[in-house]
Design a protein around this ligand. Sequence first.
Ligand code: NIG
Ligand code: FE
Length: 410
Amino acid sequence: MKTVYKNIKQLIGAYEAPTGLLEGKAMADAPAIGNAFLIVDGDTVEKFGPMDKLADSDMLDAAVEDLSGQFVFPAFADSHTHIVYAGSREQEYEDKIRGLSYVEIAQRGGGILNSADLLRRTTENDLYEMAMERLARCVEGGTGAIEIKSGYGLSTESELKMLRVIRRMKETAPIAVRSNFLAAHAFPREYADDHDAYVSLIVDEMLPEVAKEGLSDFVDVFCDDGFFTVPQTEKILAAAAKYGIRPKIHANELALSGGIQLGVRYNALSVDHLEHTGDDEIAALKGSGTVATVLPGAAFFLGMPYAPARKMIDCGLPVALASDYNPGSSPSASMKFVLSLASIKMKLSPVEAVNAATVNGAHAMGLGASHGQIAPGWKANFIITKPMPSLAYFSYAYTENLIEKVVVNK
Ligand code: NIG
Ligand code: FE
């Protein structure tokens, strides 16, 4: 079955020849066709162009949708989420309102450990149901590919349980799913006095099992002040490298932790968060191929400084945007709001923000050759907006629901 979308006010991010990762100045532009058509055959993009190139024969036996006044652009590639969790944490939200910081909450045994307690008591099936419900909210919000991390199990049994939930989601979700093994998210209570022993458990017991079952596409570590040190992180990345598992790590959220440099040294696909990034970190990232993924939703929710994404782009780096959807620091599926924050708080232009959330987000999870762009022969994954005056309006009207329909295929 063919569908012809016609009279599209602007078709954005449609490439005859798909682009690679967008770095620095290249993020400033996206292909845009005014008064455009787009033809989808079954689940695949067939062709697109300006309306004067649409032939009557193209519309033979096709469903035709008139998108006058509306925009079409690629579905978001949300390359950093933690949507497998057992319950929300609004108690901590209230604690934060009363003045406690994220780190203080964690030091009191709350935060990630709170989520771990609950997750360990929750069945695999219940976790799956809850996570699929969240994934549906992500798709409604325009997400067409997603990376999901473990990291609320913090024991061999519960980390594997999380990864099996993600594996099931890969099979059943309507969008592409990538998995990331994040046992090194926090030190579980059992190892409060012997952090190195927990690192050994990850390396000697969990990783071999994860590799044997092929349960994860990537490995992650929360490499930061008060969490995993650079030597501990290195031990995990080196062990994962032996299995050919590439890192995508949490780095420099809380301090100039050295995580960025370590990630680059281990050929990380991305380093994520980056609120604390100085000139040395930018120099390390430059030309490395490691994507700088920023998560403004977490900085917003925690009231922390935003990553210097404007400076990163000005220095020529490839920047990606992701939601960090999780119960502790970013309880939101909305990539649209992430775009608004990127422009309002980080000074990315609306087009840079779209590129960061589509083309570069897909590259940041190894899906750059199939997602984040509209291209002939690629699966159709795109957003149809409601009528609006300009692309900038999409993130400018930051509480308005401007998504009319999300077309996803995998
Ligand atoms: O990306 N920074 C570490 N991990 C998550 C938060 C996890 C949580 O608080 O539950 C993040 O922000
Ligand atoms: Fe995260």
